[in-house]
Design a protein around this ligand. Structure first.
Ligand code: SF4
Ligand code: SF4
Length: 136
C-alpha cells in the first residue's frame, strides 16, 4: 500500500512537519549566533539563520515562509559545522523549503518546464537542486 503524506497547511502542524522531516531539535539552540556569523549568504538574507531558529521556537513559521533567506541559502553546511549544539541548520532550512513547495499550488516550477532548460551534460544533482531552490 502506498502511503501519501499530506503537507499540513496550518501553522502548528507546519511547524511539526518541519521538525519531523528535518529531525532537528530546535530547542537545543542557545542563540550564540555562530551559524549566522559564518554564513556566506547572510548578506542576501532578511532573516539570519539564528533568527530562523528563534522564530521556529516561537512558532512563527509565517514570517519564515515569506522570507527570502530560505531561497538564498546555498546549502553549504557552514552553519551546521559551526554550531556548538550540533544543530543541523542546513537540513532544517531544506525542510522549510520542502514544507513550502509541497503545499498544493505552491511550486511555480512545473514538470513541463523541465525539457526546455536541461541538456544531456547537466548533472542530475543540478536539476534537483534547481528544482528545490528556484521554484519561487
Ligand atoms: S550556532 Fe547553533 S546554537 Fe548557535 S545560534 Fe546557531 S543554531 Fe543556535
Ligand atoms: S547552509 Fe545556508 S544558512 Fe547555512 S551557512 Fe550555508 S548558506 Fe548559510
Amino acid at each position: 500500500m502506498i502511503r501519501v503524506k499530506i503537507t499540513p497547511n496550518n501553522k502548528q502542524s507546519q511547524l511539526q512537519y518541519i521538525r519531523e522531516i528535518s529531525g532537528v531539535n530546535i530547542n537545543k539552540c542557545i542563540q550564540c549566533t555562530k551559524c549566522s556569523a559564518g554564513c556566506p549568504a547572510s548578506a542576501r538574507m532578511d532573516i539570519l539563520p539564528h533568527e530562523i531558529i528563534r522564530l521556529l521556537q516561537l512558532g512563527q513559521v509565517e514570517k519564515i515562509f515569506h522570507s527570502k533567506s530560505i531561497w538564498n541559502c546555498a546549502s553549504c553546511f557552514v552553519c551546521t559545522e559551526r554550531c556548538p549544539r550540533n544543530i543541523d541548520i542546513a537540513r532544517l532550512i531544506e525542510a522549510i523549503r520542502l514544507t513550502i513547495i509541497r503545499q498544493p499550488g505552491k511550486s511555480k516550477f512545473k514538470p513541463d518546464d523541465v525539457p526546455g532548460i536541461i541538456d544531456d551534460k547537466m548533472p542530475q544533482q543540478v536539476l534537483v537542486s534547481g528544482f528545490r531552490k528556484y521554484n519561487r
